[in-house]
Unconditional design. Sequence first.
Length: 133
Amino acid sequence: MAAQTCVDVRNEWDIVSARQLGRDLSKELGFSSVDQARITTAISELARNIYLYAGKGKVCIEPVKDVNRSGLQIIASDTGPGIQDIRKVMQDGFTTSGGLGAGLPGVKRLMDEFSINSSVDIGTEILITKWLR
């Protein structure tokens, strides 16, 4: 099983690189094309958030195994300004960038597991997992 692979996110091309890495790894692990699309969409959203709100950070992707299942885990982290109100950003329709506001709630819906840890002036870490069906 492959080890963790990370993409530094500093510009829009890095968002594309993170998406491609997620697509390649999810395909390699045997995810359906629908789940591959879900994974790449979630990665794209997380990487875009790093770029827009923190300026820089990283997206790390690794295969994971549980007792009777395997999947893909993605960790998006930055040392940006952090999220003031996590409850607010997890509401559908909330946006600070003028986007559609699907953001983090959308990522949560696309994945099987979602956790967020953020501290103001320290940064944010979001961990998501998709399990093979």
